[in-house]
Design a protein around this ligand. Structure first.
Ligand code: ATP
Length: 397
């Protein structure tokens, strides 16, 4: 019989993390830990300010690359608004929708209705079994019964299947659906081209104000991480760890999510290896994991054939050092090989071209028209915007 008792088998204290939740994805930092976004926060507060006087806030669209603090600022300012409005006797509610999860009109309206239906009404919002129009009717009822103003945050708004819900929300007041409650919509997107796809009427109503969030530089990323360094036990973080993680995250997109992920993963690696401190070597490994995760997130929801086309582009980039842009015909040839390996029938060249165009909209690749002179005419070249090693690894794992 083994004489190992549970004291020896499990460690009862976390040697690395003190408050790991500070580094978790959904953690909403308090004001003191938000770095370098004072201007954006005041601009957003200014747009929502009328709500404090029970008037309609402006609708806002926030743009910027991934991890630039758009969701954070939207949630932070709305939360502050709820508290301050409460002091003024104005009831403000906030509904947050991740449109990547709730991409259909029905899912989105259901999420909004259940998010704000927290207490005080007899209206029920079932998960399914009622029509979209019934969800809307119930939503309008809840809004009028419970709130003076409601802010609806539509994160990754570009992932909505169509503009129908935007049309409904933007016209709810004037169409007489709402009698009392006023709505404000904060749309968030990391696709600067998103607006071009919007219906003109929706655009004029929803884009009353637009703010672009710039990427962070290494100093800002460093300050963001330092503001959360109490996530670790005292003395555990080696001095070079945060500067290195900041430099790595700044190199590509100035993405704070990646910076924080790198820090968390580095701590986890130290934990796994039973190390006493988080060393720089862990940061290097953590970066690889953060990059893979980020790309996995970027292609979440991509169809198998979109992935085959991306894999083809990654193979071409790896096989042709120094060249990074490839014509559709070459991508298609390699795509056909990938399909063969996957035992799948290839789609037509035209469909693959459409799939690549969609990936360009999602900023996974970039496309450029080239002129081949009078003999060739013009053609399109495709270039991966991600590290081909990461793309290949994630798509083949
Ligand atoms: N200025 C900041 N200060 C402190 N933490 C920040 C700051 N900006 C971003 N973060 C943190 O980085 C992570 C990503 O931020 P956020 O989700 O707001 O980015 P985003 O711009 O909405 O990105 P995406 O478009 O990918 O959703 C979050 O954990 C957030 O708390």
């Amino acid at each position: 019989m083994s004489d190992v008792n549970s004291n020896e088998l499990f460690s009862r204290e976390d040697p690395i993390f003190e408050k790991k939740e500070l580094l978790e994805i959904n953690h909403l930092p308090d004001h003191g830990r938000i770095v370098g976004r004072d201007d954006e926060i005041s601009a957003l507060a200014n747009a929502l300010n009328p709500a404090l006087f029970n008037q309609s806030p402006s609708n806002v669209l926030l743009y910027g690359k991934t991890g630039t603090g758009k969701s954070l600022c939207a949630k932070h300012v709305s939360r502050r608004l709820v508290d301050e409005a409460d002091e003024e006797g104005v009831v403000v509610g906030v509904a947050y929708v991740d449109c990547a999860q709730d991409s259909t009109e029905t899912q989105a309206v259901q999420t909004i209705a259940s998010a704000i239906n927290c207490s005080g009404t007899k209206v029920s919002i079932p998960d399914k079994g009622i029509s979209t129009s019934t969800y809307y009717k119930r939503l309008w009822r809840i809004l009028d019964e419970l709130y003076d103003v409601v802010i609806i945050i539509l994160d990754e708004i570009d992932k909505l299947e169509n503009d129908d819900i935007l049309m409904q929300l933007s016209r709810a007041g004037e169409a007489g659906k709402l009698e009392r409650c006023k709505l404000g919509v904060i749309g968030i997107s990391n696709k600067i081209k998103y607006k071009d796809r919007m219906d003109e009427r929706v655009k004029s109503s929803l884009c009353e104000r637009e703010f672009v969030f710039p990427p962070y530089d290494a100093n800002q990323l460093r300050a963001i991480m330092e503001a959360r360094s109490d996530a670790f036990k005292q003395g555990v973080l080696e001095p070079g760890t945060i500067p290195l993680a900041a430099a790595q995250a700044a190199q590509e997109h100035g993405d704070a999510r990646k910076a924080i992920d790198i820090l968390r993963y580095a701590g986890e690696l130290a934990q796994t290896e039973s190390a006493d401190t988080v060393r720089e070597e862990y940061v290097k490994k953590a970066r690889e994991r953060a990059e893979n995760d980020r790309f996995r997130e970027l292609i979440r929801g991509a169809t198998p054939h979109s992935k085959y086309a991306l894999q083809a582009l990654a193979i071409l980039s790896l096989e042709n050092p120094g060249v990074d842009a490839f014509r559709t015909s070459r991508v298609y040839e390699v795509y056909e090989q990938v399909c063969r390996q996957m035992d799948s029938d290839p789609l037509s060249t035209r469909r693959v071209r459409d799939l690549l165009r969609e990936q360009a909209f999602l900023d996974v690749i970039e496309q450029a028209r080239q002129s081949g002179g009078s003999a060739e005419g013009s053609y399109t070249e495709h270039r991966l915007l991600e590290d081909p090693e990461v793309v290949k690894k994630v798509l083949t794992s």
